[in-house]
Design a protein around this ligand. Structure first.
Ligand SMILES: Cc1cc2nc3c(=O)[nH]c(=O)nc-3n(C[C@H](O)[C@H](O)[C@H](O)COP(=O)(O)OP(=O)(O)OC[C@H]3O[C@@H](n4cnc5c(N)ncnc54)[C@H](O)[C@@H]3O)c2cc1C
Length: 354
């Protein structure tokens, strides 16, 4: 199988990489690390206590599944803390989510987390998914309310009469179910919205809702993607003021397609700053430039957040490895020699850790 991945570390080897090139590829990584470590300009790699995680969605065809496997395999080289697989609201992707998790569990070095939505499901149906995850060895569940179908009349987001009506209720139920079935700690992540969930009554109500989810037993929150670091940092400060002390993992969405990301942002309440519109103007017809800009932008975003003490980044990969991998490489992931060199030269400041 061929791939279109070109090792960025070997300037004169502009050839297509194939799996049979693995030894050369590993040498290429070392060479990349050596070259980057010699760079005089201030592209500080992140420190060792910084962790990345990657989100994938279940695919609906064999060829897309092969693409996802290839993506996850390539991204595994940067040693993510975990990867997660989404779950369609109302259970629409349930079996595909299970199958994807099982495949990734058997091939990746990193632990695999399962998402779970509760909207439009009975409590029994929701708990059956929790049980299945636990049986599969999943020890990290991303617990979400989920979006009701667009044609739902009430728009309340509430599922059937015997369903969990809020994500906080779901968190408590997952925690109780996990305790029943295993002595191991099951990590529960929940969603957070630095720029406020579009259906929230107010920013205060949204924050109070996050606090409820944490009180119900969530270990960490993963944010909706954002591009305005100031909004995330203000949100982080508000969380801390409100007594929410769990990590607020920064959700990073490298811009695979500016027009697609803009549409997506509009639907989920993420703000696209004016300067980004200018940055991408005219790049629809210049895909190479678009990609280079996007990798640089995502790396700069993470670097700035790291300067403010942020230590966990969750990448919405869209099942595409190139941008996330480039971004992680620019940050020093997958290049241990670069991190060592940078740490001994000038450590990053320790700010308010998230
Ligand atoms: C990290 C992350 C992972 C995600 N993974 C998935 C996934 O795998 N599958 C999936 O389908 N979706 C996923 N989503 C999207 C998520 O399901 C939606 O954002 C959903 O609208 C809210 O879910 P929640 O768990 O945040 O809900 P809650 O915590 O219950 O709500 C969040 C806020 O939105 C308000 N709110 C939400 N819905 C309504 C409503 N209908 N009416 C009034 N107020 C409302 C709440 O009051 C609260 O302020 C993910 C989002 C994030 C950030």
């Amino acid at each position: 199988m061929t791939s279109n991945y070109i090792d960025p570390g070997i300037a004169d080897a502009q050839s297509v990489r194939t799996p049979s090139d693995d030894i050369g590829y590993a040498q290429g990584l070392d060479e990349t690390a050596r070259r980057l470590a010699r760079r005089p300009w201030p592209t500080r790699p992140l420190q060792r206590d910084v962790a990345v995680s990657f989100e994938y969605f279940p695919t609906n065809s064999d060829s897309a599944a092969a693409g996802l496997d290839d993506c996850a395999h390539r991204l595994d080289e940067v040693n993510p803390a975990y990867v997660s697989v989404t779950y369609g609201a109302g259970g629409s992707s349930r079996d595909r989510t299970f199958a994807t998790i099982e495949r990734l569990q058997s091939t990746l070095a990193s632990p695999v987390a399962g998402h779970l939505t509760t909207v439009n499901a009975t409590k029994a149906q929701t708990l059956a998914v929790v049980d299945r995850y636990l049986q599969m060895g999943v020890r990290h569940i991303v617990a979400l309310r989920g979006d009701p179908p667009a044609d739902a009349d009430s728009g309340s987001g509430h599922g059937p009469i015997d369903g969990y009506t809020t994500a906080a209720e779901l968190v408590a139920a997952v925690r109780a179910q996990a305790r029943k079935h295993t002595d191991e700690h099951v990590t529960i992540s929940v969603a957070a919205y630095p720029e406020v969930h579009p259906k929230a009554k107010s920013a205060e109500a949204d924050l109070a809702n996050l606090a409820e989810k944490v009180e119900a037993g969530a270990d960490q929150a993963i944010t909706q993607f954002f591009y305005d670091n100031g909004n995330y940092l203000e949100f982080l400060a508000r969380c801390r003021e409100a007594g929410i002390s769990v990590p607020i993992v920064a959700g990073i969405m490298p811009v695979t397609s500016f027009s697609r990301v803009s549409n997506f942002a509009e639907r989920c309440g993420a703000r696209i700053p004016e300067w980004m519109i200018d940055l991408y103007r005219g790049l629809d017809d210049a895909p190479d430039v678009h990609q280079l800009v996007s990798a640089t932008l995502a790396a700069e975003q993470c670097r700035e957040l790291a300067e403010h003490g942020v230590r966990r980044f969750h990448f919405y990969t869209m099942n595409r490895p190139e941008l996330t991998l480039s971004t992680c490489r620019l940050l020093g992931f997958g290049c241990p020699a670069v991190v060592e060199a940078a740490e001994s030269a000038r450590p990053l400041p320790q700010a308010q850790a998230s």
